[in-house]
Design a protein around this ligand. Structure first.
Ligand code: NIG
Ligand code: FE
Length: 415
């Protein structure tokens, strides 16, 4: 299929975009893209491609932006229930960490998730996956982390793999057994850490060999934060995971600067995420590393907190900045990367072009998929969006409505 006459074709070609390089859209006016067998076969001007492929079935995109599918590199897609009551408590003055310390927060979602069957988990997550897809996300990272015991964590992992098989949303899984300290280990984060290292991660490795076929190993992530896991515990978990062959991620500096971002850089993690309270030294360490910096502006927005990731400083340090939703029931129930882009333009001071690159090619890099998705280049997956607008700057400029008209996943029109 030849999609032609796009007012603007955004290719995002040329690989991940570090530092000041962020914002190269690879824009082709009156552009065309040829899709064959689920892959991008060619990109260029409409005149060129229509002449080169005269017999190809066509789709006229006149007046529309055509771009790669959005990539959401940080979500907690699978959980049961909701935390609407907690939202109301926060509006009455309780903080997120106070609610967590009182046995609410993540641990309350854990109670509901442990009680749910895999089928129930899949049914609830599927609705969110469908909404993400309608809003233009064609690939998403998704974490476990609401089981906090081996079998329940593995049930969440099973739900993720089955949702991915079901498609069309492509899911890149992450194991987050160290998302919080469960009730059984209340007051003993070290005891839980030891269990994660000695039992959970080896059990995950074993389970993967038996259940995941040829899939690459999932990421292993940890919530490095006061009230969750301190730096030494986070290091122990990530180092154990690394020794078992897992690629790494970390939740760092959401509320406090514990040094998690530096740890991620040191261990060669694929990404460090949140990065609100990150120190200048840690930003410099990230800038020198291969670790992507993932900003999650829905989280402070969702908490009504005025502190956002210092994106400009990360770019000045040469960092690889990506954007994600953090979709989760506690702080950010948001399925739309378009809304993430709108927030990033306002609170991270990114231009629409920078935010789009951070939500496509750089987001793909943050989950180790920059070779497959995140740009429209020959050989890459044919994950394509057709927007209802003719100028890409409407992404960011507008918010609260859906500008995605057509979603194509691996060459198939899916919405
Ligand atoms: O990324 N910070 C830890 N995890 C999530 C929140 C999860 C929840 O509250 O359920 C986050 O913000
Ligand atoms: Fe998160």
């Amino acid at each position: 299929m030849l999609i032609h006459s796009a007012s603007q074709l955004l290719t995002l070609s040329g690989g991940p975009q570090r530092g000041a390089d962020l914002g190269r859209l690879g824009l082709i006016p009156d552009g065309a893209v040829l899709l064959r067998e689920g892959r991008v076969a060619a990109v260029g001007s409409s005149v060129e491609l229509r002449a080169a492929y005269p017999a190809e079935p066509t789709l006229d995109a006149a007046g529309h932006v055509v771009m790669p599918g959005l990539v959401d590199p940080h979500t907690h897609l699978v959980w049961a229930g909701d935390r609407a009551a907690e939202f109301e408590l926060r509006l009455q003055g309780k903080t997120y960490m106070e609610i967590m310390a009182a046995g609410g927060g993540i641990v309350s979602t854990v109670r509901a998730t442990r009680e749910a069957t895999v089928e129930e988990l899949i049914a609830q997550a599927r609705l969110r996956a469908q909404s993400m897809l309608r809003h233009g996300t064609t690939t998403a990272e998704a974490k476990t982390g609401y089981g906090l015991e081996t079998q329940s964590e593995l049930r969440q992992m099973e739900a993720l793999l089955r949702l991915d098989e079901e498609g069309p949303l492509e899911i890149v899984p992450t194991f987050l057994g160290a998302h919080a300290v469960p009730a059984e280990y209340a007051g003993d984060p070290q005891g839980y850490t030891d269990m994660v290292c000695a039992e959970m991660l080896p059990a995950l490795r074993e389970w993967w060999n038996q259940n995941a076929g040829r899939r690459p190993l999932p990421f292993v992530d940890v919530f490095c934060e006061r009230g969750a896991f301190d730096l030494a515990q986070s290091r122990a978990i990530l180092q154990t995971a690394k020794d078992l062959g897992f690629p790494l991620k970390i939740h760092a500096d959401e509320f406090d600067n514990l040094g998690g971002a530096r740890l991620a850089a040191e261990l060669g993690a694929a990404s460090a995420d949140h990065l609100v309270k990150t120190s200048a030294e840690d930003i410099a360490a990230l800038g020198r590393s291969q670790t992507a910096a993932v900003a999650l502006p829905c989280t402070p927005f969702g908490l009504g907190d005025p502190h956002y990731t210092p994106a400009k400083a990360i770019l000045e340090a040469g960092g690889l900045l990506a954007l994600a939703s953090d979709l989760n029931p506690g702080t950010a129930w948001c399925e739309s990367m378009q809304f993430v882009i709108a927030l990033a333009c306002r609170y991270l001071r990114l231009t629409p072009a920078q935010a789009i690159a951070a939500a496509t090619i750089n987001a793909a890099a943050a989950i180790g998929r920059a070779g497959q998705v995140g740009s429209l280049e020959p050989g890459k997956q044919a994950d394509v969006l057709i927007l209802s607008v003719s100028d890409y700057r409407h992404l960011g400029y507008r918010f609260g409505s859906n500008l995605v008209e057509t979603v194509i996943k691996k060459g198939e029109v899916v919405t």
